[in-house]
Design a protein around this ligand. Structure first.
Ligand code: ATP
Length: 635
């Protein structure tokens, strides 16, 4: 996905002007890294150690120089305008020119882990957020804020050791040249605290919206409409964390530019009166100011049918443009009349690559560096860090694993990342020791196992209340029907590991025992009922094996739908019957009283045990004589 940064837009580039802390020259933020590379080489006095000609990357020691303003020379003063390509990162082969920049200006690689993204200080990266040190900045402000003089370079005083470590570290971790330094752990911690990373990273513009090409890709009608600010009433349907609210947020952002009101309500908390208030205001806005109102209702499926009816006439007459978000199938959860007035946009579970892109954007934005596992290197071999504040690294496979475990839910992935990093920062796990000597923490490494711990798998893989609940039980039922015991066990596991109620599964097994196994193995029903009772007695997790046993039993059992089909025929016959139902034949009626006997109840009935030979007798009403529900299809 293309992600544009200020450097892509000359206007934005002008707006994002920063001042070189060495020569004081002002320039577009996008040029600062390339400028600093040369500026610092021209001002070795600004370095804590002599500049090495190969040093295109910023070293921590160089960061110290950022605090020592130097007088600009003629050579530098024209440099900011005529930027030369920064080859520092390229020499390590880490940075792809094709890689789109993040909103913060950092580059992302489209494919992961085939290629590694640059860290935030990489080519095109903006400087570290000014408030990062103060903890108030959002990661999004990375490329916008500039306060190198506030930065306390962790390893500044380390001189040679630090410089060597940083260079080698950059090689080891894939950090390209041109970055002032990695943010210290404390800064990362402050960025992560207080607000969910998922919210902080929510894109504001359509070009930052990852994936969902089918719904809002470049060629889609919806995209053209959104770009023209002609937003139709929409129902955004998709699994959790796939970008429904984000898309609405982008529309809201866009609406502001076109003086369209955007009002948000959540169906979990809003009452009908709230909806009425919004509609009233929308009417006034339309009447007096000719302003349109877009009403976004999150989790619209939680409104009952009559609440949904409240919008109907107002959507119809254009007082409001409705955008509803739902994880549930709108065919069942949204009023048909409302549905017919809205365009349903189906958003899909985000593919792993898209989640990787989103995660890498967050990683870059936080200034966390990615440890490239394809380039094994012992970071400790590059010297110690005497700084009290270590830099933060994450294993590339940790990002990969996180993306896989997120199961298409970007929020889950971002939350997992946030938890893993915060947990690791709290534990301050370091790389260990070098040559038997202990080092003060020079780096904090977030590993694959950290992210696994950071994820609540159960909440990620399975949505107990939503669509996934029905999808999985259906998959289990069909696997058992197809006698695939292995697949059936898999779907059972998916549900139980996801926190499904075991009794819900057990009830389905009871049903299956009759519906699909039926009289081919009547003891299946006994097994299933016993399983239900067993689950009831012992609960989870002990009852999982009961369910597994029963699932395998049912999957392997012979199948017969004879009873099930015949009964369906009976139901179809009854439902399709025209006119009054035929009376029960008199001979089949019980006659407990004289009056009933006098009326002919029970007359002519042949009590079967009283006959040694087969009994000829009709049991169906007159008009159904001869019907065989096992043979005749009614539905
Ligand atoms: N397509 C996307 N592109 C970029 N970021 C995304 C995308 N989808 C989700 N995200 C990230 O994940 C977070 C959660 O997404 P969002 O709130 O849009 O999910 P949702 O589909 O509305 O989920 P829910 O149904 O649970 O409310 C966002 O804040 C954003 O950071």
């Amino acid at each position: 996905m293309e992600v544009s940064g200020p450097e892509d837009d000359p206007l934005l580039a002008q707006l994002h002007r920063v001042q070189c802390p060495v020569c004081q020259q002002a320039m577009p933020a996008a040029h600062i890294n390339a400028h600093l590379d040369r500026c610092l080489l021209l001002h070795p006095a600004g370095l804590a150690e002599p500049a090495q000609p190969r040093a295109k990357r910023r070293r921590p020691s160089e960061t110290a120089a950022l605090k020592q303003p130097a007088t600009p020379t003629a050579a530098e003063s024209s440099e900011g305008e005529a930027e030369e390509p920064d080859d520092g990162g390229d020499s390590e082969g880490r940075e792809s020119d094709d890689a789109p920049p993040t909103p913060s200006g950092a580059r992302l690689l489209p494919d992961f882990p085939g290629a590694r993204p640059a860290s935030p200080g990489g080519k095109g990266a903006g400087p570290r957020p000014a408030a990062a040190a103060g903890g108030g900045a959002s990661p999004r402000s990375w490329g916008e804020a500039e306060a190198p003089e506030e930065e306390e370079a962790a390893g500044d005083a380390d001189g040679e050791d630090d410089a060597g470590r940083w260079d080698a570290g950059a090689a080891a971790f894939g950090a390209p040249g041109g970055r002032p330094r990695a943010p210290a752990a404390e800064e990362v911690r402050q960025l992560l605290q207080g607000k969910p990373l998922a919210d902080t990273m929510r894109p504001d513009a359509l070009q930052d919206f990852v994936g969902q090409g089918r719904a809002v890709g470049p060629e889609t009608l919806l995209r053209s409409l959104l770009e023209a600010s002609e937003v139709p009433s929409l129902i955004l349907w998709g699994p959790p964390g796939c970008g429904k609210t984000t898309l609405a947020h982008i529309i809201a952002n866009n609406s502001k530019k076109h003086s369209i009101r955007f009002v948000t309500l959540s169906a979990t908390s809003a009452k009908t009166t709230d909806v009425r208030d919004v509609i009233k205001q929308a009417q006034n806005e339309k009447r007096f100011f000719k302003r349109r109102t877009i009403l976004f209702i999150d989790e619209i499926h939680r409104f009952n049918k009559s609440q949904q009816d409240t919008f109907l006439p107002h959507v119809e007459c254009g007082t409001i443009t409705l955008i509803g978000a739902t994880t549930e199938n709108p065919s069942f959860q949204v009023n048909a009349a409302l549905l017919s007035r809205c365009r349903v946009i189906v958003l899909e579970k985000l593919p792993v690559e898209a989640v990787v892109t989103i995660l890498m954007r967050a990683v870059n934005s936080l200034g966390i560096q990615v440890l490239d596992s394809s380039r094994p290197a012992d970071p400790l071999s590059h010297g110690s860090n005497s700084s009290s504040e270590p830099s933060v690294f994450i294993e590339d496979k940790a990002v990969d694993t996180l993306a896989h475990l997120s199961d298409g839910d970007a929020r889950a992935g971002l939350n997992g990342l946030q938890l893993a990093v915060l947990a690791r920062l709290s534990a301050r796990k370091t790389f260990g020791k070098k040559g038997g000597q202990s080092y003060s923490p020079s780096r904090v490494l977030v590993t694959e196992s950290d992210v696994k711990e950071g994820l609540q798998r159960s909440h990620i893989l399975y949505d107990r209340a939503g669509e996934e609940h029905y999808n999985c039980i259906s998959a289990l039922h069909k696997s058992m029907r197809g006698s695939d015991s292995s697949a059936a066990l898999y779907w059972l596991g998916r549900m139980l590991e996801g926190g499904e109620d075991p009794l819900y599964v057990a009830r389905r097994l009871v049903r299956f025992a009759s519906e699909d196994v039926g009289l081919a193995d009547p003891s299946a029903l006994t097994q299933a009922v016993a399983t239900y009772q067993g689950c009831h007695f012992i609960g989870m997790p002990e009852c999982e094996v009961l369910l597994a046993q029963c699932v395998v039993y049912l999957a392997r059992a012979p199948k017969s739908v004879e009873v099930y089909s015949a009964y369906n025929n009976v139901k179809a016959c009854l439902r399709g019957h025209q006119g009054p139902l035929p009376p029960v034949p008199l001979h089949l009626r019980n006659a407990p009283t004289r009056l009933m006997k006098d009326l002919g109840y029970g007359q002519g009935y042949k009590y079967n045990p009283a006959y040694s030979e087969p009994v000829e007798q009709e049991y169906l009403p007159q008009e159904l004589r001869g019907v065989d529900f096992f043979k005749q299809r009614w539905c």
